[in-house]
Ligand binder design. Structure first.
Ligand code: IPE
Ligand code: IPE
Ligand code: MG
Length: 251
């Protein structure tokens, strides 16, 4: 098999297992979330070193509001704290920060921090760091559909003109490449309403490692697994190999 020994352009991660990490240590769950922030720093560094273009991290799902009120408010505080403390460093490292999700549900102060962080880093040309906060894949498809429905209502579009690429244009981060590699830590094998549309052809990788224990070596294992996969996008393996050979001989 021809190996596509490649680095993914876009890696999307469900950072799961913080609560169990803390529980194992008889610590409050928030201690796990704090330790998780440290892992975010490490993985951002790895992505920059590896030349990965986009890293998307699932920080808070639209379903996470169902958690105990105290955990939700501590998570909001942690998010604000991280934005206040990290943005300068991210900016210094030429990283562009983007937040996806229904942000109007957040306290005004947090919304202002998000706006400021995005504005401050918008012209950076290095890694794009996307944080999914109050994000749900179903919400994303719904908001894109609503937008198109408005356009039809205003006579700017006919239903016949709606196709996959038009809908995709109105999803979150439509201007970025779709995720090549999806990683979920913490042992669960599910998507939990993360990117639904955008993961259609993404390579999936699950690991039992809890997010606070996930490190550069663990990330490298995921990248190595990705590099051994043959992405066929509906074609046969032979077709993919022939294409790769043709590309190589044209070099
Ligand atoms: C993921 O870790 C972080 C968030 C959802 C904010 P969890 O908090 O879900 O950790 P577990 O699954 O309980 O171990
Ligand atoms: C998914 O993790 C959301 C984030 C990592 C932010 P959860 O731990 O909330 O997922 P479920 O509900 O167990 O599937
Ligand atoms: Mg969890």
């Amino acid at each position: 098999m021809t190996k596509q020994a490649q680095t993914p352009r876009h890696v999307a991660i469900i950072m799961d297992g913080n609560g169990r990490w803390a529980k194992k240590r008889l610590l409050p769950r928030i201690a796990g979330h704090r330790a998780g922030v440290e892992t975010v720093r490490k993985i951002v560094r790895c992505c920059t070193e590896q030349g990965i273009e986009v890293l998307t991290l699932f920080a808070f799902s639209s379903e996470n509001w169902r958690r105990p009120e105290q955990e939700v408010s501590l998570l909001m505080e942690l998010f604000m704290f991280a934005l206040q403390n990290e943005v300068k460093k991210l900016h210094g490292n030429n990283i562009r920060l983007r937040i996806i999700g229904e942000r109007t549900a957040f306290p005004e102060k947090l919304q202002a921090l998000i706006r400021h962080a995005e504005e401050q880093t918008q012209h950076n040309t290095g890694l794009v760091l996307v944080i999914a906060a109050n994000y749900g894949g179903r919400w994303d498809i719904t908001q894109a559909s609503r937008y198109l429905a408005h356009q039809v209502e205003q006579g700017l579009l006919t239903p016949q003109e709606i196709n996959e690429s038009l809908l995709a244009k109105h999803l979150s981060f439509a201007d970025l490449p779709e995720p090549d590699l999806f990683i979920r830590t913490g042992g669960e094998q599910r998507i939990s309403n993360f990117l639904l549309w955008q993961l259609a052809y993404t390579e999936l990788y699950f690991t039992d490692t809890l997010w606070p224990d996930f490190d550069a070596d663990a990330f490298q294992l995921a990248l190595t697994s990705f590099a051994t996969r043959q992405r066929r996008f509906g074609r046969t393996g032979d077709q993919v190999e022939q294409d790769a050979q043709a590309k190589n001989s044209n070099r």
